[in-house]
Design a protein around this ligand. Structure first.
Ligand code: GDD
Ligand code: MN
Length: 405
């Protein structure tokens, strides 16, 4: 088995970060090397020459006991200066289920994992750190979760049996802080697991196949949860071990990358069509507001404050009808009846008035406290309030009942 393979690096997939539904193979491999298998485990490495032998050894021993001949280990190395890829390659004669990829055009933990999965032939795809901070034994429990029917099984520091070995208060706070930011920006993704930062998990190929991935930075699990079709999630506790060899690659830059990643995913999940319609309706409201104001002032000679309030209220009601019929028409159809419609109008009205207050507050803060130009401040406030109005109204007034985002 695998005579040709031993001296060969695995070809690096290029193009979109998309995992095929059925594995595709490079012609350099023999039939035995291209047969489908049950489990593919990617081990991303960067300067892990001192750890790679030991992790391969431990994983092989464990998996040989559980699913002999039915798994592969894929080291994906980003052309490490310490030549981790070379060390890994030298292990392949002894471990025929080991494959090695050396990337030089692309970098980064998350894309390394996806490139590894793209070249894999497993039905279940996993990832584990190379530095032995993820205890290999936990793999057995993770595999058991998948065999029970889970779509995704994640190792977690934050469930029973889980934890970190020797972390400072600052490090714990940073880790939890990142999780809370994630919960605010992407509650429907980050909130699905207790440890969204985990880089130790496995997922069924079918749940992520043919999705175009676009991860930034380190947190591959968030990408998988954000883009995949994942229903059943199993979690297994583990204790994050201390690193004995080599060093962590986490720098301050990773926090920025993490935020960028959250925002990319947020944007990808944003219902663009509805948002554009909502914006157009809002824009039409400006004209309703101005026209009513003109009529009240010039024809009815009404006092200014009353005219302003009435005009704004009529614009809100007009906006409501357009949004109810057009922007969120698909949802209103499922909640018919005059009573339901009035309820939506009441919610919409309340949220818009709160938006108005928010607008005034924001302009005041930016203009009076931050000393910003008042027109710029107004423009920013309008943008923020539009986002707020759209989001809260979608969540409360025209609530989608089946799937939460
Ligand atoms: N190919 C590749 N390219 N591998 C990388 C890169 C890269 O740019 N950066 C890091 N790695 C590899 C490392 O060699 C290691 O095997 C693994 O990815 C994790 O990197 P570490 O630098 O050791 O990360 P950590 O221990 O600080 O961070 C871990 O945080 C989580 C818990 O908060 C992550 O690695 C998660 O997996 C972990 O669960
Ligand atoms: Mn580590």
């Amino acid at each position: 088995m695998g005579i040709n393979q031993t001296n060969h690096l695995l070809p690096v997939p290029s193009g979109l970060l998309q995992i095929p539904a059925v594995p595709t193979f490079a012609s350099t491999f023999t039939d035995a090397d291209t047969a489908p298998i049950y489990f593919s485990l990617v081990i991303p490495t960067y300067n892990e020459c001192k750890n790679v032998k030991s992790i391969v050894e431990q994983l092989s021993q464990l998996l040989d006991g559980m699913i002999p001949g039915n798994y592969e280990l894929i080291v994906v190395d980003d052309d490490s200066p310490d030549r981790t890829w070379e060390v890994a390659l030298s292990l392949t004669p002894e471990y025929p289920q080991l494959r090695v990829m050396r990337r030089s055009d692309e970098r980064g933990l998350s894309t390394a994992v996806i490139r590894g999965w793209q070249a894999s032939r497993g039905e279940v795809l996993g990832v584990i750190d190379a530095d032995l901070q993820h205890p290999p034994e936990t793999l057995l429990q993770l595999l058991a979760e998948i065999q029970r029917g889970a779509d995704l099984a994640a190792a977690s520091r934050h469930v029973a049996e889980g934890g970190v070995s020797d972390w400072s208060v600052v490090r714990r706070l940073l880790s939890r802080g990142a999780q809370i930011v994630g919960l605010i920006v992407l509650p429907g993704v980050v909130g699905r697991v207790s440890d969204p930062m985990s880089g130790y998990f496995m997922v069924r190929r079918s749940c992520i196949a043919e999705k175009t991935m676009n991860p930034a930075g380190y947190k591959i699990l968030i990408e998988v949860l954000g883009r995949g079709d994942i229903r059943w999630i199993g979690e297994v506790g583990y204790v994050f071990q201390e690193r004995k060899e080599g060093e962590s690659k986490v720098t301050g830059k990773q926090y920025i990358e993490y935020l960028r990643h959250l925002l990319i995913l947020r944007f990808a999940r944003w219902p663009m069509g509805k948002f554009l319609r909502f914006g157009l309706v809002g824009f039409s409201g400006v004209f309703v507001n101005m026209a009513v104001l003109y009529v009240l002032r010039e024809i009815f000679n009404l006092e200014l404050t009353r005219s302003l309030i009435l005009a704004a209220e009529l614009a809100i009601i007009s906006n409501f009808f357009w949004n109810d019929l057009w922007t969120f028409g698909d949802i209103s159809k499922r909640q018919p009846g005059i009573k339901q419609r009035l309820k939506r109008l009441l919610k919409f009205n309340t949220i818009c008035l709160m938006g108005l207050i928010l607008n005034v507050l924001l302009v005041n803060v930016m203009f009076n406290i931050l000393g910003m130009n008042e027109y710029l401040a107004t423009l920013i406030a309008i943008a923020v309030v539009t986002l707020w109005n759209f989001w809260i109204n979608m969540k409360l007034s025209w609530r989608v009942t089946e799937v939460d985002s």
